[in-house]
Ligand binder design. Structure first.
Ligand code: AMP
Ligand code: ZN
Length: 482
């Protein structure tokens, strides 16, 4: 499998420390608000990556943190604590906010078919781990105590910027939000490992430490949690592109200084979902959530499909029109699958292997999900039985997570209901003896009867795509293949 590695700035063969096993870490959400659909783009693409590893036969241990402490409004350790901001906004405690938005995050993930990582660890649960790392960094001269906080000394490293092929603008976004100068730092890139004095008065969560009562910096949590659950050798670290700097850069600096060896050789960064006026972000006021998509009548899986149609290393622009186009394509795909008749899955092995090969090689080539999706259409067109097509689509959907078969079964049922209701009205069909087409023709008649002309037109279009022409006649319809 070939993946682009942001640390080497190259696409290279994916390798693991232990053959056949992947230790994978993902930066989790900061749970002070709902996740926006931009955040969820990152989690969708990481989910497809994890499922691709499993599909390829790897055994995977995937770990994710939940940021419930230490993430300040600027990624450069200044500004207000995001959790405290959420608590004030909603007149709740920090822990109530954390629980509520953690549950909301996993509910969004469930709706988007994003698998829960094997281990999910809130940052507040590993304080001893962080203290152990910070203490060693201080003892070995990588960290210093100033103005009540412990800082990492970046001047100790020969090589601090590892992801410097990224767009400067992207890198600066998080850092710019709420920037104030911290005069305790010896070097401009030094970052906080442990806070005591700074922002202390109104900090809700605090723990005893060798430097006094305080709380951890944001970056140390990911190093601590990963080392605890993934071990000292991490194979792949994932996150959104804005996390590359300073968050991931700082994670590498502190982890490798602590361990004394390479920590994580491969990095996977998902590029941003943008709106027409720039990066989607929570600080911009109103933002798009999965619930909002649902309120507007979109199945969350249409959003997943929309994300899979683009490559993870390209910025993706969200507009309602783009989402509508994805919805039309997804609905058509489901309708075509619904028209397949379940049955014998026996098929010419060479055709099946060729389709599987195309599917795997698309994903193995730096997770080309849009090419993998075109394989679904190749399956629909292939000269194999409907049963064999359904079996292949189900197999591919283990990775794509689009609920293809269950949605198609629901659609089939819906068509059958519409058909029987139209039939009850004495509607007669003259066709070529294909029950799945008869059902669609009846569903169209029923939609017309209910004055749902948009649905009737959609079904006519769907029939046309399948090469069927329908002519309405008194009391029924005639269809033929053209
Ligand atoms: P946060 O909850 O802010 O810690 O972010 C959670 C994840 O979403 C991180 O991996 C971010 O890098 C990622 N992220 C933030 N904004 C976007 C965006 N507009 N598009 C894609 N991913 C994003
Ligand atoms: Zn992280």
């Amino acid at each position: 499998m070939y993946l682009y590695n942001s640390a080497t700035h190259k696409k290279a063969e994916f390798v693991t420390h232990t053959p056949g096993h992947v230790e994978m870490y993902t930066c989790g959400p900061t749970v002070y608000h709902f996740a926006h659909i931009g955040n969820l783009r990152s989690y969708i693409m990481e989910d497809v990556l994890e499922k691709t590893f499993r599909y390829e036969g790897y055994d995977v241990n995937r770990v994710m943190n939940i940021t419930d402490v230490g993430h300040l409004s600027s990624d450069a350790d200044t500004g207000e604590d995001k959790m405290l901001k959420g608590a004030k906004r909603e007149h709740k405690t920090v822990m109530e906010i954390a629980q509520f938005y953690t549950d909301a995050f996993f509910e969004d993930c469930r709706k988007l078919n994003i698998k829960r990582p094997d281990i999910v660890q809130p940052a507040t649960g590993c304080i001893d781990e962080y203290i152990k790392i910070v203490k060693k960094l201080e003892d070995t001269g990588y960290a210093y105590f100033a103005g009540g906080n412990v800082y990492f000394d970046t001047s100790r490293l020969d090589h601090y910027y590892v992801f410097n092929d990224h767009d400067e603008e992207d890198l600066a976004v998080g850092v710019r939000e709420g920037v104030e100068e911290d005069t305790n730092k010896r070097n401009k890139n030094d970052f906080v490992l442990w806070f005591t004095k700074s922002k202390f008065e109104n900090q809700a969560l605090k723990w005893d430490s060798p430097w006094g009562v305080g709380y951890p910096g944001w970056h140390i949590e990911c190093s601590g949690i990963s080392m605890k659950y993934n071990g000292e050798y991490l194979d792949l670290h994932c996150g959104g592109i804005d996390n590359a700097f300073p968050h991931h850069t700082n994670e590498i600096a502190q982890s490798e200084s602590y361990l004394g060896h390479t920590w994580c050789p491969q990095w996977f960064h998902v590029h941003h979902l943008n709106t027409s006026d720039g990066k989607m972000s929570k600080s911009k006021g109103e933002f798009l959530t999965v619930s909002l998509l649902e309120e507007k009548g979109y199945d969350p899986l249409v959003y997943r499909f929309f994300c899979l149609l683009s490559h993870y290393r390209k910025a993706l622009v969200f507009t309602w029109e783009n989402l509508d186009n994805a919805k039309i394509a997804y609905d058509k795909l489901i309708a075509r699958i619904a028209a397949l008749r379940p049955g014998d899955a026996q098929a010419d092995e060479s055709i099946v292997n060729c389709l599987k090969e195309k599917f795997r090689s698309s994903l193995d080539n730096d997770l080309n999900t849009s090419l993998a999706i075109t394989t679904l259409y190749d399956v629909l067109k292939a000269k194999i039985s409907d049963g064999a097509k359904l079996a292949l689509l189900d197999d591919f959907d283990q990775v794509l997570g689009l609920s293809l078969l269950s949605h198609a079964a629901a659609k089939r049922e819906e068509n059958a209901k519409a058909a029987s209701s139209a039939n009850a009205g004495g509607f007669s069909i003259t066709g070529e003896g294909d029950p799945s087409i008869d059902a669609l023709v009846l569903a169209r008649a029923q939609a017309k009867k209910e004055k749902n002309f948009a649905e009737a037109d959609r079904i006519r279009e769907e029939l046309k795509n399948q090469g069927i022409e329908v002519t309405d006649v008194r009391g029924g319809a005639i269809w033929k293949r053209i």
